[in-house]
Design a protein around this ligand. Structure first.
Ligand code: HEC
Length: 165
């Protein structure tokens, strides 16, 4: 092989190498967070990142307004699955061990603003007179910040498919 051919070959190899590097880099840069979430064959965009400022504001409001019943650490009442003698349910946890993450944003906002279902004798108070919509939203952001990836994915998926359809 003459030197010119060798040079072309080296150049081509360098290009292949660089292209490979780009693919690997793109893979890491795009990463998990950019992949659509697929549940029941319905893809939705990746869940949005929470703003630390709103999460902090929500944590403060949660401590003032919700912690006395739902627990300082979102742990809910002990034995929360067992109905009380009056037929009502004790406050459930808001962390991943509860069922808050099973519900779309619209339902959670409705329960917080208007209170629990009175026909079940629910003891969840209505907060619409005490909290602004934006404050309810930041409390929800705080609650979401305490979930694992699976709970966040599911709740974002159900919010996206139910609230936007
Ligand atoms: C006086 C006690 C009390 C306070 C204070 C309270 N809750 Fe509740 N909450 C309850 C009870 C009891 C339930 C269960 C009601 C039911 O299922 O009937 C409940 C249920 C809920 C639910 C539905 C639960 C789910 O997982 O499906 C949400 C959401 C909720 N509360 C959010 C809040 C937020 C946010 C605050 C603070 C702004 C708050 N609660 C303050 C007692 C309380």
């Amino acid at each position: 092989m003459n030197t010119l051919k060798m040079r072309y070959l080296r150049f081509a190899l360098l290009l292949v190498f660089l292209a490979g590097l780009l693919v690997i880099l793109a893979f890491f840069l795009i990463g998990e967070d950019e992949k659509p979430i697929l549940i029941n064959n319905t893809p939705v965009p990746p869940f949005p990142t929470l703003s630390p400022v709103r999460v902090a504001e929500g944590a403060g409001l949660y401590a003032q307004q919700c912690a006395s019943c739902h627990g300082e650490n979102l742990q809910g009442a002990p034995d929360w699955k067992k109905p009380l003698p009056d037929g009502s349910l004790p406050p459930p946890p808001h962390d991943g061990s509860g069922h808050t993450w099973h519900h779309p944003d619209s339902l959670l906002i409705d329960i917080i603003a208007n209170g629990g279902d009175r026909s079940y004798n629910s003891k969840m108070p209505a907060f619409s007179g005490r909290l602004f919509e934006d404050e309810i939203a930041s409390i929800l952001d705080y609650i979401k910040s305490r979930w694992g990836k699976d709970e966040r994915e599911f709740q974002w998926w159900i919010t996206y498919t139910q609230d936007r359809s």
